[in-house]
Design a protein around this ligand. Structure first.
Ligand code: 16G
Ligand code: MG
Length: 556
């Protein structure tokens, strides 16, 4: 690093003094916190993203400014790698270090050390870094974006491009497309969604003279960016009747009493929905539109909604994909597709049983999209979902090539109208529709809708694929949550010693009992999850496990 570069970093970092007494961690999905305290963090992540781009041959890196489902006064920042996936976990410790560097001098020396270790060169020989910046609708987004721009710009020769207000999955999609040399604007994103959606609609089997009846879908946009974007998309779609509420334009507050996180955790109606909507199909997005859940109101007297969470969306997707693969059968060349599903310990036990009954390969990953994504990528088709509604379907490059050549072969043989050809075409269209970079509520809604139309199914019929076991989640404040260490699938606690045996003896008291504890990756708490055959039993199991956590770790 030469003198001019050092001077550039020192000068810009003087603009963003680090607030006193905040300890920042990149956590499960980027830095998050009170927006007022985040400028220095965002500026520093700007620097990191420019370095990441340089490290990867000046590939485009993405930076998203959002705090997802958190309150409107919060904000956050996360990095999209050039693949469109999350920042490589190997770089997270560096993110933590620079975010917490207490002075410009310490910051510069950390950067210098890291660049040497990673052999990152700045200079005339290389092309500069390129970073695309997106933000959600939070009012603090604009000034934080400026801080990120200054961070990127402080690495000489780098370019920061503001690509506007976007959902998180849009940013990831655009970064991925850009680096693959594909069309990568927001319009291209919309066009891709509507084209592949319409392609799937055209492939719906029409039995006799049945005319497809399309019932209305009510969408809760969480008063955030997702509601606005789905409104933009609506214009280019036919065969879908959408009514979008909570777009943020009618005075509602982002994520307040609305959105996927609220509906999934509380299992009650979001604001803007009421008894007039009984029985209607409803979908709820979170504040940055990377989560999706469905629900309906079972009866006028009901305060609770019937929730169709990420597990149920996963099950619907798995059923549809499996149906297409069955039509294809075992390929003559001996290639058998490997379809797998990935869940976390939070997946409802009834969903796991259902998926296994379908004959699927079910594997478990640690909580957090990056962990599920990694496991799903090991399959030809890997479907992953968290119960909270984060998820997508990944198709391996080699499997897509195989599908495309199969499609062509069948056409060449004059079998363009065959069932096999239709099944292959559906799978190709799904791989285009569903976001290959990260879970995306917009593409998720379109896929759910087209599958329901394909199956001629209502939300009520979809809901009874299996019945969720009652469950309960509790958070426990403890002096040090890192004292809890779990197995890689988070189903068992290895530390504190003895706690798992104690949890097991509680579990054994309840029919269909299951419980686990884990330290949160986003909050300073230990989380407890329990399920059992009745709600009372699940509540009671969760409470006893919470007591165990307190007695082993002390309460704060
Ligand atoms: C983050 C993760 C989410 C996970 C949650 C767990 C992403 C994009 N988001 O929101 O997947 O479920 O953290 O939070 O990875 P917890 O560790 O506090 O329970
Ligand atoms: Mg989110």
């Amino acid at each position: 690093m030469d003198e001019i570069q050092i001077a550039s970093l020192l000068k810009s970092s003087e603009l963003f003094p680090i607030p006193q007494s905040v300890k920042l961690s990149y956590g499960t999905a980027g830095f998050r916190g009170d927006a007022k305290l985040l400028e220095s963090t965002v500026y520093r992540v700007g620097i990191l993203s420019a370095l990441r781009s340089l490290k990867l041959g000046s590939a485009t890196v993405g930076l998203m400014i959002t705090a997802s489902h958190n309150k409107v006064s919060d904000n956050g920042i996360k990095v999209s790698d050039p693949s469109g996936g999350m920042l490589s976990q190997e770089w997270e410790p560096f993110a933590d270090q620079i975010a917490n560097a207490s002075s410009p001098q310490e910051l510069v020396s950390l950067i210098r050390e890291f660049m040497e270790k990673e052999e990152i060169m700045i200079g005339e020989k290389n092309k500069g870094a390129e970073v695309w910046l997106g933000r959600d609708t939070r009012p603090s987004g604009e000034s934080l974006l400026r801080a990120a721009e200054i961070g990127v710009g402080s690495i000489l020769g780098s370019v920061a491009i503001d690509i506007g207000i976007l959902t998180t999955p849009q940013l990831h999609w655009m970064v991925r497309a850009k680096n693959k040399g594909l069309k990568a604007t927001e319009n291209d994103y919309f066009e891709n969604l509507s084209t592949s959606f319409m392609c799937l609609i055209d492939l719906i089997p029409v039995s006799g003279n049945d005319k497809l009846e399309i019932s209305k879908l009510l969408v809760d946009g969480a008063n955030g960016v997702g509601g606005q974007k789905i409104e933009e998309l609506r214009g280019s779609l036919s065969n879908l009747d959408l009514e979008i509420r909570n777009t943020g334009r009618d005075g509602g507050v982002l994520n307040e009493g609305v959105g996927a996180d609220f509906v999934q955790k509380e299992k009650v109606l979001p604001l803007g929905f009421g008894s007039k909507d009984v029985g209607m199909r409803c979908a709820s997005l979170d504040g940055d539109a990377d989560r999706l859940v469905y629900f309906y109101i079972p009866s006028e007297s009901s305060e609770k909604v019937e929730l169709l969470d990420g597990d149920k969306i996963l099950s619907l997707f798995a059923l549809f994909i499996k149906e297409q693969l069955n039509i294809l059968g075992d390929d003559k060349e001996g290639k058998q597709s490997r379809l797998g599903v990935v869940q976390t310990a939070y997946a409802n036990g009834a969903s796991t049983d259902y998926l296994k009954q379908l004959g699927l390969d079910v594997v478990f990953a640690k909580t957090g999209v990056k962990h599920l994504h990694e496991k799903a990528a090991e399959f030809d088709i890997g479907i992953y979902f968290e119960a909270n509604g984060h998820g997508t379907i990944l198709f391996s490059e080699s499997f897509i090539s195989w599908l495309v050549s199969k499609q062509k072969d069948l056409t060449d043989k004059g079998q363009g109208g065959s069932e096999e050809h239709k099944a292959v075409s559906r799978l190709v269209a799904v791989s285009n529709l569903i976001n290959q970079a990260v879970g995306d509520a917009l593409s998720g809604v379109l896929l759910v809708e087209v599958i329901l139309q394909h199956m001629g199914s209502s939300i009520q019929k979809w809901n009874v694929l299996y019945k969720d076991l009652p469950s309960r989640q509790i958070k426990v404040e403890v002096p040090d949550r890192t004292a809890v260490v779990t197995t890689s699938e988070e189903t068992e606690a290895l530390r504190p010693l003895g706690i798992q045996d104690a949890i097991n003896s509680e579990i054994n008291k309840y029919p269909r009992g299951r419980a686990f504890i884990r330290p949160s990756g986003t909050e300073d708490v230990v989380r407890v999850y329990a399920e059992a055959s009745t709600q009372e039993a699940a509540d009671s199991l969760a409470n006893s496990v919470a007591q165990l956590v307190k007695s082993f770790l002390g309460s704060s």
